[in-house]
Design a protein. Structure first.
Length: 147
């Protein structure tokens, strides 16, 4: 599944960048997050998060690694998560550009592949749940950066 979006943040690009590459800051907005552990500062971290697909709730342990950091404009990451009988792989990137009146434009994309038991149990709901979760995440990010 591919997802993409655009968010206008009423804050300077450097402030948005610093928030978005800080796992501790971003984790404040991650729905279902149970824990965060930095494995290699500025490079790799591990998250444990529970995601619900209708009546099915799955806890993923996911390792996330920045594969590109080009401050303050572009970052890319990959993530691999596992849950009992399931796995998720994500390739994501964000591009920050200056917008009018000192604002920042955040363009993001994510290519998500989910396999295993969860796909057969919740395949009808994955797209809508993912869109709902990413919408809530980026709204929270916008508000935190603007604060």
């Amino acid at each position: 599944m591919q997802f993409k979006g655009q968010v206008t943040i009423q804050a300077p690009r450097l402030r948005a960048w610093e928030f978005l590459i800080d796992p501790q800051a971003v984790s404040q907005c991650a729905p279902g997050l149970e824990s965060l552990r930095v494995l290699e500062p500025g490079k790799r971290f591990e998250v444990v998060a529970a995601v619900g697909f209708g009546t099915v709730k799955v806890k993923f342990v996911t390792e996330v690694e920045f594969t590109e950091l080009a401050p303050p404009g572009r970052a890319a990451m990959r993530a691999h998560g596992t849950a009992p009988g399931s796995a998720a792989d994500v390739l994501a990137q964000m591009v920050l550009s200056e917008a009018p009146n000192g604002a920042t434009l955040l363009d993001w994309t994510a290519d998500v592949t989910i396999s295993g038991t969860i796909t057969s149990l919740a395949s009808r709901l994955m797209g809508s749940v993912t869109k709902k979760v990413t919408g809530a995440f980026f709204e929270c990010v916008r508000k935190k950066i603007e604060a």
